[in-house]
Every structure is written in C-alpha cells, then in structure tokens.
Design a protein around this ligand. Structure first.
Ligand SMILES: [Zn+2]
Length: 131
C-alpha cells in the first residue's frame, strides 16, 4: 500500500528557476517561464551513460549496473545512486548514495544520506532546506 499517485506535481525549471505544475505522466514540457524544453520525468540509468549533462525536474536514479559520466547533473527531485557517478551534481532534492555506489564529483543538495560502504570523492555541500 502506498500513497495515491498525484495527478500533478510542481517542479522548478532548471533553466530559469520558474515554478510550474506538470501532469504526473508528463515526460517533458515547455517551461512557461523561459519557454525552453525541460525534462520532468525521472531519469533512470541502467548502463553506461557518457553525456555532457543530465538535467531533469524529476529524479536521477542510477541503478547498480548504471554509470553516469557527465560534466553536470541537475536533478530537481533528487539523486539516488546505486551504481557509479562522475559529475558535478546540483540536486534540488535529497541525495541518496547506496552501499555499493561509487561517487566522484562535487555535490550540492538539501539533504544527503550516505550508506556505509559507499566510495566517495568530492566536496559535499548540504544546503539548509529552510522553513
Ligand atoms: Zn524556465
């Protein structure tokens, strides 16, 4: 039993920081603030992903066999890593680093949970989530 799936949720544009609502099933949309295309679905990585940037208003999830090698990761909903990640991360939500995960790169996030056994290299800045 889980909580019922909401039909809409609010996100914040990673280009211009404009807040807006999207349908729960939307994968991407145009931001009403800057009119640029924004990805709003969760990004799930199951294999090697060498990209220059990962940007989503949802979450970035890196599964056990997944690897992300990027310059920048922006995930407004948070980041969960069970595999490996090499990037500078700006997260708008909680960052969870699993026990078998490898993390390399600086990270900024409102909250962070690191499981025992995770291997981490980088500077971590945990922001005060505020009121
Ligand atoms: Zn925007």
């Amino acid at each position: 039993m889980g909580t019922p799936t909401p039909t809409h949720h609010s996100v914040r544009c990673y280009h211009c920081d404009h807040p807006f609502d999207v349908g729960a099933r939307a994968a991407s949309t145009n931001c009403p603030g800057c009119n640029q295309r924004v990805v709003v679905e969760d990004v799930v990585i199951k294999k090697l992903m060498p990209v220059s940037r990962v940007q989503t208003c949802g979450r970035l999830v890196i599964e056990k066999k997944g690897t992300v090698i990027a310059e920048v990761v922006q995930a407004q909903g948070g980041v969960e890593v069970m595999g490996s990640l090499d990037a500078r991360v700006e997260s708008g939500g909680p960052v969870v680093i699993g026990a078998s995960a490898r993390w390399k790169g600086d990270c900024r996030a409102p909250t962070m949970a690191i499981r025992r056994g995770a291997r981490i290299e980088g500077e971590f800045e945990v922001l005060d989530p505020g009121p």
